[in-house]
Design a protein around this ligand. Structure first.
Ligand code: AP5
Length: 222
């Protein structure tokens, strides 16, 4: 499970880990954005919360995550990205895993300071077609508005406006950061410094999972 504030690099790292661990990324934000794009009843209800930078009500998120985890590719493991987001979601997840005879291996909390988060989010561009992610400065596409992989249009997420990002940071501090203590108490938490090249951060995560080949992980705050 990847925890951390908005823009900490959870999605970037989850996609890299998919190949290394052979397990699919299950990102609640992506599931919600798909539901919004499809204009499903759930998506239309969720949109108002997402546009404000607020959390979407648990019942809607849980419905999507539960359905995703029942898919075939998630039967032998998965990488959670952005879920759970509250202690109540974490308790529900524990019950869901228990019912499947599974357990959480590790909660990785990526630590990135707020000023870096604002830079990362304001430069983020995402492909409308394949979901590939870029950063205008740190990982620029070859062509400003087009995806390197599929030539799809690159767009900026609606909730990435600066005011909404500040609201998302407040929501993280109030509702999600308490999860660090929750997983610490369960002996499952690893704090990983999210600053550095994406490959460096990825190696720290693999080390925290006991799968790395490099020296011990650096510590950080989330
Ligand atoms: P969600 O989509 O989960 O957004 P988030 O948690 O705010 O995280 P982000 O996707 O913004 O960032 P990230 O950490 O994945 O960073 P990324 O890899 O993209 O949620 C959106 C909304 O949906 C929520 O506000 C809420 O309304 C709702 N929601 C979702 N889950 C919910 C839940 N469980 N319960 C209730 N509501 C829920 O990286 C960011 C940028 O930085 C990119 O441009 C990337 O290229 C760049 N970058 C990444 N790593 C590095 C690096 N090491 N160095 C330099 N740049 C980097």
């Amino acid at each position: 499970m990847l925890l951390g504030p908005p823009g900490a690099g959870k999605g970037t790292q989850a996609r890299m880990l998919e190949t290394q661990l052979g397990a699919p990324q299950v990102a609640s934000g992506d599931l919600l954005r798909n539901a919004v794009r499809e204009k499903s009843a759930l998506g239309l209800e969720a949109k108002g919360f997402m546009d404000k930078g607020a959390l979407v009500p648990d019942d809607l998120v849980l419905k999507l995550v539960d359905a995703r985890l029942r898919e075939r590719d998630a039967q032998t493991g998965f990488i959670l990205d952005g879920f759970p987001r509250t202690v109540s979601q974490a308790e529900t997840l524990a019950k869901m895993l228990d019912a499947r005879g599974e357990k959480l291996d590790r909660a990785i909390a990526l630590g990135v300071p707020d000023e870096e988060i604002i830079k990362r989010i304001s430069g983020r561009r995402t492909c409308r077609d394949c979901g590939a992610m870029y950063h205008l400065i740190y990982d620029p596409p070859r062509n400003l508005n087009l995806c390197n992989s599929c030539n799809g249009e690159l767009y900026q997420r609606e909730d990435d406006a600066e005011d909404t990002v500040r609201m998302r940071l407040q929501v993280y501090a109030a509702s999600t950061r308490p999860l660090l203590e929750y997983y610490e108490r369960l002996g499952l938490l690893s704090l990983v410094d999210g600053i550095g090249r994406t490959e460096e951060v990825g190696n720290r995560i693999l080390n925290a999972l006991g799968r790395g080949t490099k020296p011990a992980a650096a510590k950080g705050t989330a």
